[in-house]
Write a protein that binds this ligand. Structure first.
Ligand code: ZN
Ligand code: ZN
Length: 152
């Protein structure tokens, strides 16, 4: 995904590509695959001495979600995180209960493929599925190894 694509899409949807929108999107492009909260985006921009208000950052993120550029994720109660929507690299998430790290599980087996039959069943019941978002929680390989080391 590129800023140019965003400009094009915003134009098609008759939104102007404001500097703020470009800045917020760039934060996600620069930090690559990080799952950032709105607060973190705001702090990142502050660190780069970007003159933008917190309210603008929050509003801009909401708009980018609406336009389909960002995906809204919830890993913890009440905390939203965002990532770039990249249709070519769909992935599920694994959240470690010990270190809190968020892993991206990229695999040929997309959630849609694994859950194919279940999705068909739901659609028969009248649910229209746009996207499946799988979330795993547990202990990551690193923490599991550490724990084993201590027990030994
Ligand atoms: Zn861990
Ligand atoms: Zn992710």
């Amino acid at each position: 995904m590129h800023v140019d694509n965003l400009k094009k899409e915003l134009k098609e949807k008759q939104y102007r590509m404001t500097p703020q929108r470009e800045q917020v999107l760039k934060v996600f492009l620069e930090t690559n695959s990080e799952h950032l909260g709105a607060e973190e985006v705001y702090r990142y921009l502050l660190n780069k001495r970007t003159n933008v208000s917190k309210a603008t950052v929050y509003r801009t993120i909401d708009l980018l979600v609406e336009l389909g550029f960002l995906r809204k994720l919830q890993f913890d109660e009440g905390v939203y995180r965002y990532e770039l929507v990249d249709k070519d690299s769909k992935h599920s998430h694994f959240i470690c209960n010990s270190c809190g790290k968020i892993y991206e599980l990229k695999d040929e087996l997309s959630a849609e493929k694994v859950l194919h039959e279940y999705i068909l069943k739901l659609e028969k019941l009248g649910y229209k599925i746009d996207e499946v978002d799988l979330k795993f929680r547990g202990i990551c390989p690193k923490c599991a190894k550490k724990a084993r080391g201590i027990v030994r």
